[in-house]
Design a protein around this ligand. Structure first.
Ligand code: DOR
Ligand code: ZN
Length: 341
């Protein structure tokens, strides 16, 4: 393919995004809303989102924080999985994109996650019957490198027992998870931008890099390569979900660093760079939105986003007047693409 000077992406979506609340929400929401037609908003606030009222109020705060971009940005809201009666699911459904399931204690703000998949089954059954998708943080509390692999049998079990439930394996990090996609019709997956680029070596192979530390942790080169091959081919069941997870600088650059990589500011330019480097630009639009629209039957705002070939240096940090500071992925690095105004 020749080298284009611009790339236009129709209805780009981030299918897994942490926007937080309060000052952090106001700082980061415009960075995603400026260049996306929509995003799936994670519910792991403190306390987690577990009611229709919380969901609707949070959506309003997101749109307020998105400011001028709100008109063209669709927040796809999620509830935090717990045992929900049918009446609540019915009331929530018009406001809801999906429900996000966290096992207890596997990541940030997952203290009220589930202790056993058995107890989750009645709600999963209701979701299957009502057509509410299930998003899953698929990790056990085992050895850190094996957590996703150990969870794959749980995915198999849910996919088999609830064949009509649309399941998304969130932020997959292993070659084995990519392979599982092709074995169950109702299994889909998101993958982050950073898991297409980094391995555990980048996190901890040299000096420790707290801004690359996340859950699930980056894995082996062969895992990264399998994820990348699937993304570059726009595997029809794979969607970009950044898992952009901002934490204040002091919570990252400390002893006991919080998990999460803040990728929102460079998401689309970085993916354009990656796909171009592998001569796969023709598949970028499917990976950054087209697949998600087809899989979920979404109708995001009809917004096209243009990237231009012009060097752009990722800011060293994003900050506000209150002293809040967040460090983005690849801070200080110059990318060949930027979002056109
Ligand atoms: O690294 C992560 N950070 N992984 C998650 O699953 C949650 C996220 C967060 O909320 O900070
Ligand atoms: Zn996440």
């Amino acid at each position: 393919m020749t080298s284009p000077e611009s790339i236009t992406l129709r209805q780009p979506l981030d299918m897994h995004l942490h926007l937080r609340d309060g000052d952090m929400l106001r700082l980061v929401a415009p960075l995603s809303a400026a260049s996306l037609a929509g995003a799936v908003i994670m519910p792991n606030l403190v306390p987690p989102l577990t009611s229709v009222e919380m969901l609707s109020a949070y959506r309003e705060r997101i749109l307020a924080a998105a400011g001028p971009y709100a008109a063209d940005f669709q927040p796809l809201m999620t509830l935090f999985f717990q045992d929900y009666p049918e009446s609540l699911l019915a009331a929530a459904k018009p406001h809801l994109f999906a429900i996000k399931l966290y096992p207890h204690g596997v990541t940030t703000n997952s203290e009220s996650g589930i202790h056993s998949i058995d107890t989750a089954e009645p709600t999963l059954k209701r979701m299957e019957e009502m057509g509410i998708p299930l998003l899953v943080h698929g990790e056990t509390t085992g050895f850190v490198l094996d957590r996703e692999a150990e969870f794959l049998s749980i995915y198999e079990r849910i996919a088999t027992r609830f064949p009509k439930l649309r399941i998304v394996m969130e932020h997959i990090t292993t070659a084995a998870a990519v392979q599982l996609l092709d074995r169950f019709e109702n299994l889909h997956a998101t993958v982050t931008a950073h898991h297409l680029v980094i391995t555990l070596d980048d996190v901890a192979g040299g000096l420790l890099q707290p801004h690359l530390f996340c859950k699930p942790i980056a894995k082996r080169p062969e895992d990264r390569d399998a994820l990348l091959a699937a993304a570059l081919a726009a595997h029809p069941k794979l969607m970009l979900g950044s898992d952009s997870a901002p934490h204040p600088r002091h919570a990252k650059e400390c002893c006991g660093c919080a998990a999460g990589v803040f990728t929102a500011p460079l998401l689309l330019p970085r993916m354009a760079e990656l796909f171009e480097a592998h001569d796969a630009l023709e598949n970028l639009e499917a990976f950054t939105g087209g697949n998600a629209i087809r899989i979920h039957g979404l109708t995001p705002p009809d917004r096209s986003v243009t990237l231009i070939r012009a060097p752009w240096t990722v800011p060293d940090s994003y900050q506000d007047d209150s002293g809040l500071s967040v460090i983005p992925w690849e801070a200080g690095r110059t990318l060949p693409w930027q979002i056109a105004d």
